[in-house]
Design a binder for this molecule. Structure first.
Ligand code: GTP
Length: 892
């Protein structure tokens, strides 16, 4: 028996059985790998990024993400004992709510080295003949939540990842949420490695799961690790297909002591396993040859012997395929992290197969009021136009080419705040990913979303919940800025040489934004009421903090009732927010029951409504006016010629059109004799104030007090009649609010508003036996309509199937046979086979508490995910039923 991975070894050489002493010194970033730097899309590649992987762990809930992450931390030497999800001692699930529920809620960003650093030993010289995993790399890992309510957390993490490990439960196979996160990762073109976990459990079916990767995820499984079953059909180790070795893990061990078997040794000990390993190697080489010409050459050089190709050649070819075809080729590894089996080969694969930060496509950015889009590198190199090719917003604003390139040179850093966490001990922590340049300690950062400046007085690297002080966060790295007062999740931060802290960089650079994440509409809400007046301030601050952390939460204050509503994407989402608010942030508030967030839509256009707001604001008189018409969004609207229109898409399918005299960015009139805007209210400020006022008015519908949906608002701001000597931005905002409120009321008086309900697109995975009862329940009891009935019927002999995605023929997928399927030893359970997928549209109201019902219909095996499909107008009959139940307190 040898101690593997305690010390690095090139696994494909004899050195593995006589471990090399060439371990890694504390600092590993001095080596140069110029050939990778050549492919970079960033202006300057820090050496550090060459040995960094920013990866995430994605999966269906309970697949074992946190358990696997804990093993990664243990083997990397970051923890001395293995944390356990079930007794709440994990490093990554560190929020009390996470530990109490045993689930991951907030993505935890952790950094560690793989292979582990061994201080005092010589750093090996990098060589192209050794795998990358022979040298220590910094892994920035983000453990993401699996529950559908936290999809936004997953998206936010995906946004900053360069690669992902997708963990599958080897018993359940590919589950509904796995498909969802897999597709979301595909949308960001993120290369993925699959880890089939829980192979120690009864009913584990590696072969079936591998076939499902092809048929349900639409990727060719490149099987790199296969389970090594013992004579009782239990998982005893792993077959390493790349290195052609058997890895035997002693039962009950911590996974560090592994016995290695060469192919010959394996042949003598377990010929079935040896034959399977050769079959897997053959399949891997064939698959790679289909996508990589260099592999075809290697195959020919090896006299067409699949086994003779070197592990290094296989790894390099696999890497090329994963990077070039992230949607098509998915390396697959096997293990059981709870039993400490198979995690180190997975870590090697992260280093060997997933991309460097600089190997990722250029990050998408937008700039200027018209949102010109392009790549960050393109923008920084001056190749992206800074002004729309259409009519320029302002003739005076055109920047000369020279000025532009000078301005671009002054951009020192561009980073994304991808996560904000209010830590009870350390205060607010802002997690950032740097995309260009580097953030230095004490840097002045301009927030391009909030248009304000903050100083990064300290910088940290987080090792789960331990912080290490650092001097800078270079490009491609993830780090933490503690103590920022304003930055929110999703904000872009830039540092700019010579910028005035108050005004920031010059326009339009001051509006540069890394592509934001679309936030889905909230469908549940709770009321939040302070226990006493004295608590109001603290509650407001706490809600502000929650919103900084999680932009998928919404807070609105009902002006008439004075009640505050907190809205979110799911029941669990709001439960957790409530726990954070009351438990962690100690807000003394009464939180109402969770209710469905219906919407309200007008059915007829209002007349033109003109309001003049004329009141004291903050002790000073302020006056402004505007004219409004509201219409159902499908109705056309005319805009008078000669003026300029500014169009905005608002939440809930609402649109806003603002008509002004033709003004330049500074608020000067260009074409007619209308008075200009005062210098205190440039055009951007005018438009932002109107938008704020309109959004506040739309938060409460005129009849039922639900937010307004599918409505088009047209505001005319005429500087001749709406502007006064004492007009302020706040007065404009108030004028817009009251005029829209009045227009909505007038429309509702003329014709009743309609209630709209969220209708969900539900994807359910069930076994064939339960299919009939699930479909019947959906369509009769829940008023849903079935959109599709997909079959993932895979025969266990791998020969035939009725199902094909993206030209993946299941018969061509290599997958070893599973013990219960007759390959090794029969098992009593065969959970997971013959799963079907039902997609249906169902009103959210009918889906409340569905999981429990589904479990009872399917003997505990059914799973589902849902997303908002759309808000649908309710018939008068349905409206009556819903209100009736609400009145009797039966609504959720
Ligand atoms: N038998 C067995 N159980 C496992 C294995 N891996 C994880 N588990 C168990 O599965 C359950 C879920 O594991 P987690 O690691 O919390 O799963 P997760 O994917 O992080 O879950 P969420 O964070 O809630 O999405 C726990 O009870 C683990 O002990 C495994 O390899 N074998």
């Amino acid at each position: 028996m040898i101690s593997a991975w305690l010390c690095r070894r090139p696994i494909h050489t004899r050195a593995f059985s006589a471990p090399s002493t060439r371990c890694i010194k504390a600092r590993v970033f001095s080596s140069s790998r110029s050939r990778y730097a050549q492919s970079t899309n960033q202006t300057a590649v820090d050496e550090t990024t060459l040995q960094t992987r920013n990866i995430g762990v994605i999966a269906h809930i309970d697949a074992g993400k946190t358990t696997t992450t804990e093993r990664m931390l243990y083997y990397s030497g970051h923890t001395r004992r293995i944390g356990d999800v079930d007794d709440g001692s994990t490093v990554t699930d560190f929020l009390p709510a996470e530990r109490a529920r045993g689930i991951t809620i907030q993505s935890a960003a952790i950094s560690f080295f793989w292979p582990p650093l061994s201080p005092g030993q010589q750093q090996p010289t990098l060589s192209n003949s050794l795998p990358r995993s022979a040298n220590s790399h910094l892994i920035n890992l983000i453990d993401t939540p699996g529950h559908a309510d936290f999809t936004f957390e997953v998206l936010r993490s995906l946004r900053v990842l360069d690669g992902a490990v997708c963990i599958l439960d080897g018993v359940a196979g590919v589950e509904a949420q796995t498909e969802k996160v897999w597709m979301q990762a595909a949308n960001y073109s993120i290369p993925r490695i699959v880890f089939v976990n829980k192979l120690d459990r009864d009913g584990a079916a590696f072969g079936r799961t591998v076939r499902e990767i092809g048929t349900r995820l639409g990727a060719w499984p490149a099987v790199c690790g296969i389970p090594w079953w013992n004579e009782k059909g239990r998982l005893a180790g792993i077959g390493d297909v790349i290195n052609l070795k058997g890895l035997r893990y002693p039962e009950g061990g911590d996974g560090k002591q592994i016995t290695l078997r060469s192919l010959d040794e394996l042949q003598a000990e377990d010929s079935t396993m040896a034959d399977e390993l050769k079959a897997a190697r053959t399949a891997l080489v064939e698959l790679l040859s289909e996508h990589d010409d260099q592999m075809v050459e290697k195959f020919l050089d090896a006299d067409e012997d699949h086994v003779a190709i070197s592990p290094q050649d296989i790894t390099e070819s696999l890497r090329r395929c994963v990077l070039a075809f992230p949607q098509t080729v998915a390396p697959v590894f096997a293990g059981a992290s709870f039993r400490n089996i198979g995690v180190q080969p997975l870590l090697d694969a992260v280093v060997d197969l997933l991309p460097l930060p600089s190997e990722r496509p250029d990050s998408q950015v937008s700039i200027g009021p018209s949102g010109i889009k392009g790549g960050l590198s393109e923008f920084l190199s001056g190749k992206m136009p800074l002004e729309s090719s259409k009519k320029p917003e302002s003739k005076s604003k055109a920047i000369s080419k020279e000025k532009q390139s000078l301005a671009l040179k002054n951009i020192e850093t561009c980073a994304l705040a991808f996560k904000v966490v209010a830590d009870p001990k350390r205060g607010v922590l802002v997690y950032v990913r740097v995309y260009s340049g580097s953030i230095q300690r004490n840097a002045t950062l301009w927030n391009t979303t909030l248009q304000n400046t903050e100083r990064a007085q300290r910088l940290w690297k987080m090792y789960a919940n331990e912080a290490v002080e650092i001097e800078s966060i270079p490009s491609g790295q993830i780090g933490v800025i503690p103590g920022l007062k304003f930055a929110r999740t999703g904000d872009t931060l830039i540092s700019y040489t010579g910028a005035n802290p108050k005004n920031g960089p010059p326009a339009p650079i001051n509006s540069l934004q890394l592509k934001p994440i679309d936030v889905p509409p909230p469908v549940f809400f709770v009321s939040v009421e302070p226990n006493s007046l004295a608590e109001e301030k603290h509650i407001k601050e706490s809600l502000d903090l929650l919103l900084r952390e999680d932009p998928s939460l919404y807070v609105s204050v009902d002006e008439e009732s004075g009640q505050t509503h907190l809205a979110g994407m799911g029941e669990l989402h709001l439960e957790i927010a409530r726990d954070r608010l009351v438990g962690d942030l100690k807000a003394k508030a009464r939180i109402g029951k969770i209710e469905i967030g219906y919407r309200e839509a007008i059915s007829t256009a209002s007349n033109s409504v003109t309001e003049v707001f004329d009141r004291e604001v903050g002790g000073k008189s302020a006056k402004a006016g505007c004219t409004v018409i509201v219409r159902p969004s499908h109705e056309q609207q005319d805009v008078s010629s000669g003026d300029t229109t500014h169009k905005f898409s608002l939440h809930d399918n609402n649109t806003l059109v603002v008509t002004t005299p033709t003004l330049d960015g500074e608020g000067q009139t260009e074409t007619d004799n209308s008075p200009p805007l005062p210098s205190t209210i440039p055009l951007q400020t005018l438009l932002a104030s109107i938008q704020t006022g309109v959004s506040a008015a739309l938060a409460r519908g005129p009849t039922h007090a639900y937010p307004v949906h599918s409505t088009s608002i047209h505001i005319t701001f005429d500087t001749t009649i709406d502007l006064f000597p004492n007009t302020t931005a706040a007065a404009i905002s108030s004028a817009a609010r009251v005029s829209v409120q009045r227009a909505l009321k007038e429309s509702a008086q003329a014709s009743e508003t309609v209630l709209m309900e969220p209708v969900m697109l539900v994807t359910i995975s069930v076994d064939t036996d339960s299919l009939g009862s699930v479909v019947h329940d959906l369509s009769s009891a829940r008023g849903g309509s079935v959109v599709s009935l997909g079959s993932q019927e895979i025969s266990s002999d791998n020969k035939s199937s009725s199902f094909m995605i993206d030209n993946i023929d299941p018969a061509r997928i290599y997958a070893p046979s599973d013990p219960f399927a007759g390959g090794h030893v029969a098992s009593s359970t065969s959970a997971g086979s013959d799963m079907k997928q039902v997609v249906a549209r169902v009103p959210l109201k009918e889906m409340v508490g569905y999981l429990k019902h589904l479990r009872s219909l399917t003997g505990g095996r059914g799973t589902f995910t849902m997303v908002v499909d759309e808000f649908e107008r309710m018939s008068a009959q349905r409206q009556k039923i819903v209100f009736g139940e609400m009145f009797r307190g039966e609504d959720y």
